[in-house]
Design a protein around this ligand. Structure first.
Ligand SMILES: C[S@@+](CC[C@H](N)C(=O)[O-])C[C@H]1O[C@@H](n2cnc3c(N)ncnc32)[C@H](O)[C@@H]1O
Length: 344
């Protein structure tokens, strides 16, 4: 999926070495990347400029070789992570990485020629400062590291492997808690503390819980039963209907919309469109899960995003989140936010 996405959007990149969960590309002959080159790809969790492979049967020797490769870069942080060997859509984002990962980070730190890297930080849970150059060490095999660099920018690029340290609370009633929490962090949207949300496809209620935990109000739209823990929350309201049967007036005060309906993308998009284009409804931002009943549908993601833009959302981005199964997440924002004219 990543390869066909890159072939479509970056015709000057050629596939090079790859393994499941780790892909490299080469610039076509004669092509030099612009200074601000940035790879935007739904199926890339993180990316960097590759400096090649380092054999690592002896970590001390390997660490010296790593630093020799990036000698000209003012590295200020180190990210080490293993390639994700899970089949597509089956990642296990909460599983801690093997102990050797932090050991490798330690060895790299000890051999660093610079004092710029703060010691004793947990690289998995501490985001690096924005703007620093990060040394990327991807453990493709325990004895084979691949080295790269990237400049920290977006929040996900400040964590190794683009993976946010999100813990599923014990009381969470579904794993959708993790999914929406990851989506909200990745979106970077500044959502006011007292935001009013509606979620289409809210049962049993993990995602609603995450929104409630952030202090938001939630209108859950779902014909299925909500978990009692969610239902009893003072800021939660259940509209026990399918979206097409939900009265539009219920959305009048809602400004943020989430959707996690188990149906094909065009069904979800029809349901969302019927709400956001309704005259008295003003939705500022959205977090949508688009299920892909088959992976072939990934080819249509640009089309889905275009459809969302046509409703007036000028910031639209898509990502296959760490917590996504056979689905992708689309975040959309209208900035600046303009209410529809009222004709009361
Ligand atoms: C993946 S589950 C949602 C999980 C939920 N977001 C959570 O946090 O636990 C999909 C839900 O979509 C609901 N659904 C299916 N068609 C729907 C529709 N037309 N309108 C609203 N909900 C719908 C199903 O009843 C089901 O509960």
């Amino acid at each position: 999926m990543l390869k066909s996405e890159v072939a479509r959007n970056y015709p000057f990149l050629r596939p090079a070495f790859s393994r499941r969960g780790f892909v490299t590309f080469k610039f076509a002959e004669g092509v030099k990347p612009d200074e601000g080159f940035s790879l935007e790809a739904v199926f890339a969790r993180t990316w960097g400029f590759c400096f090649g492979r380092v054999p690592a049967s002896d970590w001390q020797v390997a660490a010296n070789e790593v630093w020799a490769k990036v000698a000209n870069i003012p590295v200020g942080w180190i990210h080490v992570w293993p390639r994700d060997t899970s089949p597509p859509g089956r990642s296990e984002p909460e599983k801690p990485w093997p102990a050797e990962i932090s050991q490798i980070q330690q060895v790299l730190m000890e051999h660093a020629p610079t004092k710029a890297i703060p010691p004793n930080v947990s690289q998995e849970s501490t985001p690096c400062p924005p703007g620093v150059w990060v040394l990327d060490c991807v453990v493709v095999e325990p004895t084979e590291w691949w080295i790269g660099i990237h400049r920290a920018g977006s929040l996900e690029s400040r964590y190794p492997g683009g993976r946010f340290p999100i813990v599923l609370p014990e009381y969470a009633v579904s794993r959708a808690y993790l999914k929406i929490e990851e989506a909200l962090r990745w979106s970077g949207f500044k959502i006011p503390a007292n935001a009013r949300w509606a979620e289409l496809g809210s049962a049993p209620g993990g995602a609603s819980q995450a929104l409630l935990d952030r202090g938001y109000e939630v209108l859950g739209v779902d014909p299925a039963e909500m978990h009692p823990l969610v239902l009893s929350h003072p800021k939660f309201t259940h509209l026990r209907r399918r979206t097409p049967q939900a009265p539009r007036r219920a959305f009048r005060k809602v400004r943020w919309l989430a959707a996690d309906i188990n149906a094909a993308p065009n069904y979800t998009l029809d349901a969302v469109e019927s709400i956001v284009t309704y005259p008295q409804v003003n939705i500022r931002g959205m977090i949508l899960t688009l299920k892909l009943p088959n992976w072939q549908l990934a080819e249509n993601i640009p089309e889905y995003m275009e459809r969302i833009r046509s409703w007036g959302y000028n910031i639209v981005k898509a990502r296959h989140l760490w917590n996504n199964r056979q689905e992708v997440c689309v975040a959309a924002l209208m900035k600046p936010f303009r209410r529809k004219p009222s004709h009361s």
